[in-house]
Design a protein around this ligand. Structure first.
Ligand SMILES: CC(C)(COP(=O)(O)OP(=O)(O)OC[C@H]1O[C@@H](n2cnc3c(N)ncnc32)[C@H](O)[C@@H]1OP(=O)(O)O)[C@@H](O)C(=O)NCCC(=O)NCCS
Length: 147
């Protein structure tokens, strides 16, 4: 059987694909913490770039890019639990970085959960500053130059 192809793309806020991506990241990032994305949080995303990976017509990974001056913040990064350790997350990083670079952003950064720090380091992000609490989980800012 042919290997299922993986497609990375930008999607529209409010689209069916976006709703699927929200369900995925809610399952991965929020439900384990006992919370959901609020209506306000989701409405605010209309200003942001919505990125997904699709395999067999199903969204298996997603991220949100938030333009902030000369920097791009990457947030809400999630890969389907059944498809981890297959390099999908790293390819998603590269796709997001390519979009930011094409738009002439100089730097990309995220607030990394402590459990994801190794993953970001492998993708050449480096920690900046001290750990802080976000949603009850230790996080650290991690940055990567796009020059
Ligand atoms: C963090 C996350 C996005 C990584 O996604 P992923 O698709 O598993 O990432 P990759 O496969 O590119 O890399 C992950 C690991 O697999 C390893 N890996 C990469 N390709 C591999 C391969 N072909 N075979 C085996 N291992 C591989 C990497 O070395 C990395 O190892 P480590 O992080 O344990 O040191 C994913 O685990 C996830 O969704 N976690 C929960 C949500 C989360 O924490 N999001 C980030 C919030 S800041």
């Amino acid at each position: 059987m042919a290997k299922a192809s993986l497609i990375f793309k930008q999607i529209n806020h409010g689209s069916k694909a976006w709703q699927e991506a929200v369900s995925l990241r809610e399952k991965v990032l929020r439900i384990p913490l006992g919370s959901r994305f609020s209506t306000k949080e989701l409405a605010e995303e209309s200003e942001h770039l919505q990125i997904v990976a699709e395999q067999n017509s199903t969204i298996c990974a997603c991220a949100v890019l938030v333009p902030e001056g000369s920097q791009m913040k990457m947030q809400r990064v999630a890969v389907d639990e059944n498809l981890r350790n297959k390099n999908i997350g790293s390819q998603l990083m590269q796709f997001c970085e390519g979009i930011a670079r094409d738009k002439a952003y100089e730097m990309i950064y995220c607030h990394a959960r402590d459990s994801a720090v190794r993953f970001y380091r492998k993708n050449n992000y480096r920690e900046e500053g001290d750990y802080f609490d976000e949603d009850g989980i230790p996080h650290v800012k991690m940055i990567k130059s796009l020059n």
